[in-house]
Design a protein around this ligand. Structure first.
Ligand code: ZN
Length: 258
C-alpha cells in the first residue's frame, strides 16, 4: 500500500485556499475531463488544486509509482498549486466512513469555492462511487459537529458553494458548456503527461485499453468540438450541476450580443 501524500508545486505560494478543487477517482480523470476548464480558471487568476482519490493501482497500464510521477508532472504542466494523492483503493473505493472523512479533510484543507468531481452515472463503478463520496463529503464538511484534524489541528467546517460533475465515458447532455477555445490545446499537455496510459508509436505489444487506442485523443477533440458548436465556440467542455445555478449577475451570465 502506498502512503497517502501530497506534493506542493514549489513554483507557487504555500497557502492552501483555492478557488477550485478537482477530484478524480484515478490519476488522469481530471485532466481528461475538465483540464481545459481548469486552465481557463487559472488564466482568470484563480488558484486550482487537484486530488486523486486512488493511485490507479488496478489500471491495465503503468504502476502506481509511474502514475504518481505522471500526476505530479501534470500538476506542473497545468499550474495547480498542489495535487493530493489519496490511497482509498482503486476498485475498492467503497462508501465508508474512513473514505468520506479523508475527503472531508481535503475539502477543509483547501476550502474551495468550486468543486469538480466524477459524473454520477458512468461506465466505471469507481467513477460513480467517487462522485457520491465527493458530493456527500462536500456537504458533511460544512457540519461543525463532524470533527476532523490535519497536522494535529482541528479543521474548521467548510462547504463549497458550487459542485460540477464533469463528463467522462458516458455521453450525457450537459447542463452547462464552458468555452475552452483558448485552453483546449494546452490541456493536451496535461493529458499526455500521463504517458503510460496513451498510445505511443512503437508500443504495439502493450495490452489494449479504451484510452490507449490511437484514435482516443482524436475522439476527445471531436467531442470538445461538438460541445463547442452548441455554444458558438471552437471547443467546449460540458458539466452537470449538482445543484441549482443561481443567477446573481444577470448580464454577466446572459451577455448582450457583441
Ligand atoms: Zn478513471
Amino acid at each position: 500500500m502506498l502512503m497517502p501524500h501530497n506534493t506542493k508545486n514549489p513554483a507557487l505560494e504555500a497557502s492552501d485556499k483555492v478557488y477550485a478543487l478537482a477530484f478524480g477517482a484515478h490519476p488522469d480523470d481530471v485532466e481528461l475531463s475538465c483540464g481545459a476548464t481548469l486552465l481557463k480558471i487559472i488564466d482568470e487568476g484563480h488558484r486550482v488544486a487537484a486530488c486523486d482519490l486512488t493511485a490507479g493501482e488496478m489500471g491495465t497500464l503503468g504502476t502506481p509509482e509511474t502514475r504518481r510521477s505522471e500526476a505530479l508532472k501534470a500538476m506542473e504542466v497545468m499550474g495547480y498549486i498542489a495535487r493530493e494523492s489519496l490511497d482509498l483503493g482503486d476498485s475498492e473505493l467503497f462508501y465508508k466512513k474512513e473514505n468520506l472523512y479523508e475527503i472531508i479533510r481535503i475539502v477543509r484543507k483547501y476550502r474551495p469555492d468550486t468543486v469538480f468531481c466524477n459524473p454520477p452515472e458512468e461506465r466505471h463503478p469507481d467513477h460513480m462511487k467517487a462522485s457520491r463520496l465527493v458530493l456527500d463529503a462536500c456537504f458533511y464538511a460544512g457540519l461543525r459537529r463532524i470533527e476532523t484534524s490535519f497536522d494535529g489541528s482541528m479543521q474548521p467546517p467548510h462547504r463549497p458553494v458550487h459542485i460540477l460533475h464533469y463528463i467522462q465515458f458516458r455521453q450525457v447532455e450537459p447542463d452547462i458548456i464552458v468555452d475552452v477555445s483558448s485552453t483546449f490545446g494546452r490541456s493536451r499537455e496535461g493529458i499526455t503527461a500521463f504517458g503510460s496510459q496513451f498510445h505511443k508509436e512503437g508500443r504495439s505489444d502493450e495490452p489494449k485499453t479504451l484510452i490507449n487506442r490511437k484514435e482516443f485523443l482524436t475522439g476527445l477533440e471531436a467531442r470538445a468540438h461538438a460541445l463547442g458548436e452548441q455554444i458558438g465556440a471552437r471547443y467546449g467542455e460540458g458539466f452537470l450541476l449538482a445543484g441549482t445555478l443561481g443567477v446573481h449577475d444577470f448580464s454577466g451570465m446572459f451577455p448582450p450580443a457583441t
